[in-house]
Structure formats: C-alpha cells, structure tokens
Design a protein around this ligand. Structure first.
Ligand code: AMP
Ligand code: ZN
Length: 495
C-alpha cells in the first residue's frame, strides 16, 4: 500500500520564503527535523511547553503519514548568555552561582523537570537529544571552517562572524527575519562586546572566557566557550546533514538565533541547512508573552495541580493538550482560567462521545458520508497541520454519536473504520489521553470524588455553625498538602 503522504500530500508554511509550499523531503520517505530545545536553567513554563507540544504534534503527524522521521531536539546547557547577548554571564552558570551548586546540577535538575513535563503532556521523546556541552569539538571545527572561508575573524581570543563580508560575497544575512543591514547595525545592543567587533551586527562564534566564567573549554583561539547560535548549526549538521528538511522553534528565536544559524550553515558548507523553517506562535498571559525573564509565567505543574492564584482548579494534562491543539500552532494563544474551563468541556465531550461509541451498534447500511469526513480530516492536517479545523470536524462526528439512540447510521464495516479513524485523530495525532489509560487521571478522579465529599461535609458543618469541625477539616487537609479555595462558585481544592 502507498504511504498516506501520497494520498494526503503535506504543505507547510515556510517562514524562510513566507509561502505555503508543498513539502518535498530531501530523501523520499524520510524526514529530518531539528527543533531548538530549552535552555535548562529554570523550570519550563507553559509557553515553552506549547512550542514543544506543537512540534510533538508535527512529529506525530509526519510519522502517521508514513515518513521515517529523525527528530533532533537539543538541550542548551552552555553558551546561552544573559539577555541573549554576546557578553555577560552564562544563564546556567549564573543560576549555579546563586544556588552555590555545580552548573551541571542545574542542567540535570531542569532537564529532568523538562522531561517530566513533556511526558505528562504525552509528548514522544525526540529521536536524538544532543547537548551543547557534548558537542564542543564539533562546534570548534565549525568555527575553524568558517574562519578558513574568510567569513569570520579573531579578536582578542574571541571569534566573530563577519556579517558584512558574508553578505558582500553572496551571503544573505537577514533572509529569514527580513531585516536589512542598516537596521541590523542600528538595532544592535551597545553591551554586546562591541569593542571587539568590526561591525555591530557581527555575532560571536567563540568567546574567550573571563576569569570568572567557569564553563570553559580549550580551543585554538582561547580557553572559552561557543556562541549560543553555534550549537544548533553544529548539531543539526552532525545528525541531519548539511541540507535537511525541517527546522523549528518559537517565533522569538527567528532573530537573531535562527538568522545566525542559517548564516553559519551557509558559510560552512554553502548549503542553507534547513529547507523548511517552521515557527510556532507565542502563548500569552494577560495579553503579554509568557516569558521567563519577565516572570509572566505559569508552570505546567501549577496548571495540573491548580496551585496558582490564576486558577480555580487543576486541569488534566490531556485537557491542557486539547487547549493547545484548539489553536493553530502559528496563532497566538492566550491563557486564562476560563479558556481552560472551556477546553475542558470540549475535551470531556469528545472523550465521552468516544466512550459512547463503544456501546453503539452498527446499522444495516451507512447513511453518514464517512469517507468524505475522513478525507477532510486528513486534508486539514495536511494543510500545514491545521489542528483547530481537525477538531471542528471531530465535533461534527460527535453529533452523529450523540444523536444515535442505540445504533449509529453506519454499517458494521464502516463503524470499525470510523472508530479507528476517531481514535487515531484524537489519540495518535492530537495526543490526547483516555481517562482510563492514564493512571494519574484515575487517581485524580478518585481524589476529586473524595474531595467533593469532604468539601460538602465542611459546607454542612459551616451551615450548622459547627466552626470547630469546619476548621479541623481545613487544617488537616492543609497538613496533608491540600489547600481549599472558597470562591464565588463554591469551594475548590489544589495540591
Ligand atoms: P528557551 O528555553 O527560552 O530557549 O525557550 C525554549 C522554547 O520555548 C523556544 O523555542 C522558545 O521560542 C519557546 N518559547 C518561549 N516563550 C514562549 C511562549 N510564551 N510561547 C510559546 N513558545 C515560547
Ligand atoms: Zn537553536
């Protein structure tokens, strides 16, 4: 049988060209995808999780279409400096200094946290998860080869990419972000180690370490460390080749990070690296980008437990995933308690319909246009991974299920196809989880039931002015790590 991608050819919005393009991989049937991973110096917030969940959905769909996918997502554990600048303290080393522990303890702690979050959100691990510190020699080789081509220069033990020389020789720095050279010169921060650079828009490939900079490695130029943009060029080339299919990340990485990556790859091998660039849009909170540096964040763990002043209650990871999938990956998504409550309703309706479907009989013949429905679900996904349209089609199917009394208007053969298709869309592609399959959810369900009983008993005690019992319940729960929240719509709890 032909793979599905021949029946439903994929098109992708390519941020490099600004066009929606037919997706043609370098090697037929195979896809190489690189996604910039987290800088592991603090807990990943829900915005980071959104980006990685979007690429998980993309990974799932590519595999579902029949491609053999190599998905590389790195861990940035060195070289990423404060303010994303070319000078300053390493983000990881700074956190380690503040906590008086080893930088690698910081890296370990937040890598583990990241994996836990992505696992809870039912994201598959990538095929390869390389670290910057594990690829120092590849990065040094890349710097050397850019120097050899004449598109970089050494200055005081550091090496900078020479943007002007690169562009004068046919390079296209600015191709991704659309920025022009004069804007680039004007827009560069004064603090970026300018005195060592020939031009303000040049960027660091290798930095000489100051005496206090503890994350350092020997190199031909100095004992130092790689520039932040270099690791992704080095690791994508190593694992996916000089030309590969998809490169992804959040929109905020377009400039300078991805612009610099393209220049580095191109300077090294005269290949542009990735052919399709995909950028996910931001998760916002109170209308502003969720961001570690401003502290405008909510953590996935707070969302699952409900332990946040922003929330009335906790939400299961599957609901959170549904909330994310209801928006297109390229649209802004605003986080709020109400938006999560609405997503929970939709999610639960979908899962209940799937449960009900298992109890329905088939009819003699099909009167529902099943084939056309399946077709449009795939069309939506193959049209630049349009999950909100897929979900709209799933709700159409829910109507067929809820309007059925004991039999659905499908023949028995079609009913099996319908069940398989619905399962595959909801679980394999959107990555939702069945309640009964999720041990965490089963425990949460039991706890929810026990807690609503306790909350009810406390409400009764208060009605009877039995303050002793009411306080005892609240205090004992507090001791067990459960907080009660009295709100306008009754009492909720969080862990
Ligand atoms: P960082 O650890 O800061 O390098 O970020 C890891 C990933 O999360 C990058 O791809 C960012 O683009 C992405 N990201 C950061 N903030 C947000 C946000 N508010 N919404 C969606 N993605 C984000
Ligand atoms: Zn990167």
């Amino acid at each position: 049988m032909d793979p599905l991608y021949t029946s439903y050819p994929l098109s992708i919005d390519n941020s490099l060209t600004g066009e929606k393009e037919a997706f043609v991989p370098v090697h037929e049937g195979n896809v190489g995808m690189y996604v910039c991973g987290p800088t592991v110096y603090s807990d990943v917030h829900l915005g980071n999780a959104r980006t990685f969940t979007s690429f998980d959905m993309i990974f799932r769909y590519l595999k579902h279409l029949g491609y053999k996918v190599r998905y590389v997502r790195n861990i940035t554990d060195a070289g990423h400096l404060e303010n994303d600048a070319d000078t300053g303290e390493d983000k990881i080393a700074k956190k380690a200094r503040l906590e008086q522990i080893e930088p690698m303890e910081i890296v370990q702690r937040y890598t583990v946290d990241f994996h836990k979050v992505m696992d809870a959100l039912n994201a598959f691990p990538p095929s390869i998860e390389p670290t910057a510190t594990g690829h120092i020699s590849e990065q040094i080789e890349m710097v050397q080869s850019i120097l050899d081509k004449g598109w970089a220069y050494e200055s005081n033990g550091s090496v900078y990419f020479d943007v002007t020389a690169y562009n004068a020789n046919g390079g296209a720095y600015g191709i991704l972000s659309g920025r022009k050279m004069d804007e680039l010169q004007a827009g560069t921060r004064a603090l970026d180690g300018q005195e060592e650079k020939r031009n303000p828009s040049d960027f660091a490939l290798w930095k000489k370490a100051s005496p206090s900079h503890i994350m350092r490695w020997p190199s031909p130029w100095s004992v130092g460390f790689p520039g932040w943009h270099l690791e992704c060029s080095a690791m994508s080339t190593k694992y996916l080749g000089e030309t590969f299919d998809i490169h992804g990340g959040g929109m905020d990485l377009k400039f300078p990070h991805h612009e610099c990556e393209i220049a580095q790859n191109n300077a090294c091998s005269e290949q542009k690296g990735a052919r399709y660039w995909m950028h996910t849009n931001m998760l916002t909170l109170n209308g502003k980008r969720m961001s570690k540096s401003t502290g405008n964040t909510i953590l996935p763990r707070e969302l699952f437990s409900g332990d946040s002043p922003l929330l009335d209650k906790g939400f299961s990871p599957s609901v959170v995933r549904f909330f994310m999938m209801q928006a297109h990956y390229s649209s802004v998504l605003d986080f709020s308690n109400d938006a999560l409550l609405a997503a929970e309703k939709g999610h639960d309706r979908l899962l209940s319909a799937l449960e009900k479907l298992d109890t329905l009989d088939a009819s003699k013949e099909s009167t529902i246009g099943l084939e056309a429905w399946i077709d449009k679900c795939y069309q939506a996904m193959s049209d630049n991974f349009n999950t909100p349209i897929l979900i709209a089609h799933l709700f159409e199917a829910i109507k067929w299920i809820s309007s059925a009394e004991s039999a659905i208007a499908l023949s028995s053969a079609d009913l099996s196809i319908f069940k398989a298709a619905l399962h595959s869309f909801a679980f394999d592609l959107l990555g939702l989880r069945k309640k009964s399959l999720d041990a965490g959810d089963a425990h949460k369900d039991a706890l929810d039931k026990a807690m609503s009983l306790v909350i009810e008993l406390r409400a009764q005690a208060r009605l009877n002015k039995d303050w002793g019992t009411a306080d005892l319940i609240r205090d004992q729960l507090q001791e067990a790590g459960i907080k009660l929240k009295d709100g306008a719509e009754g009492t909720n709890y969080s862990l």
